[in-house]
Write a protein that binds this ligand. Structure first.
Ligand code: SF4
Ligand code: MG
Length: 315
């Protein structure tokens, strides 16, 4: 039986094999314990792929993934299982990620039982405890996913992830499918859980308002590369990279907290055939000759701030 994670990996893997796309290249990112890192970019920029690689759902074809100092890129056996449990992923569509034939008690209780985190005798109490921690009534244990609203289903999805006592959650557009009012509740839940369980987050979102509200640092990706990393306040006070500036400038304000960016002017080039030099140069209003031929590297421009743009070499 394939679970959702395997299915996604299989599908992505297949797609990647067909097209030989490097969805993500040369991403160098360290997340500190307890930090919330927001990951932003237009669709197709590779942010979901990066999230899946971090969560161990998709193998990295090259490079290294270390967790608490341990290389888990090619971890096998017990060690891989341990790392896989500590990093959990929360998906966008809670309905698609929950098995419709299983009751909540099974959805939440299966992994901790299989991995020996709880014994069968304590399982029912354990599931009740986890459900309570995500704001669901323990009596919901007997229900099926279709008996819940979207927000409740996402809580079930969060409960399933929390049940294996993770340290690191990768949230991929985890509230995007929910009504705006429900989004706020689920976001608050994420922050409550962060305090309570000392969680670290990689928070993938196209909603800049949500990212600004939640994140300590923000990472901006374009065509599979990181173009800017900055502390949240500094980024929103003024981005360095022309792509980041364009992304932050073109925002559709939904309400005070939700700001979805509009597509940046110009088409996103195909990741199959990225432009040479700086991949953003065909759309960049500041491009200089060098941008067409030489790829800018991500460089430190101030303490804690990184940007990949040739203009930073000129001052
Ligand atoms: Fe624009 Fe050149 Fe900077 Fe790329 S390197 S963002 S093309 S100025
Ligand atoms: Mg995505």
């Amino acid at each position: 039986r394939l679970d959702l994670a395997e299915r996604i990996a299989a599908r992505l893997g297949a797609r990647l094999r067909d097209q030989v796309v490097h969805a993500v290249e040369e991403v160098d990112l360290a997340v500190a314990e307890g930090e919330v890192v927001g990951l932003v970019g237009e669709s197709g920029c590779g942010k979901s792929t990066l999230g899946r690689v971090v969560a161990g759902i998709l193998p990295a074809s090259e490079g290294r993934l270390t967790y608490r100092g341990k290389d888990i890129t090619k971890a096998a056996g017990a060690e891989a299982k341990k790392a896989a449990l500590k990093i959990q992923m929360i998906f966008q569509d809670p309905f698609a990620s929950l098995n419709p034939r299983l009751k909540v008690a099974e959805i939440v209780g299966e992994a901790p039982l299989v991995h020996g985190l709880v014994g069968r005798a304590e399982l029912a109490d354990y599931v009740d405890e986890v459900l309570t921690s995500v704001g669901l009534d323990p009596s919901y244990r007997r229900r099926y996913p279709h008996q819940f609203s979207g927000g409740q289903r996402q809580r079930v999805g969060i409960a399933r992830a929390l049940a294996v006592r993770p340290e690191f959650l990768v949230c991929d557009e985890s509230v995007a499918a929910l009504d705006v009012s429900i989004q706020a509740q689920v976001l608050n839940l994420f922050m409550e859980l962060r305090e309570r369980f000392d969680l670290t987050y990689l928070f993938i979102s196209h909603d800049l308002g949500v990212v600004e509200h939640l994140s300590d640092r923000v990472v901006i990706m374009y065509l599979g590369r990181v173009v800017e990393i900055a502390p949240t306040e500094q980024l929103f006070a003024g981005a360095n990279h022309p792509y980041a500036r364009a992304l932050l400038a073109e925002v559709l304000r939904i309400d005070s907290r939700h700001r979805i960016f509009k597509p940046v002017e110009g088409e996103i080039p195909s990741p199959l055939d990225p432009p040479p030099g700086c991949a953003f140069h065909p759309r960049c209003p500041h491009a200089i000759g060098r941008c067409r031929v030489e790829r800018p590297l991500l460089k430190q421009i101030a303490p804690g701030r990184y940007s990949a743009c040739h203009l930073n070499d000129q001052s």
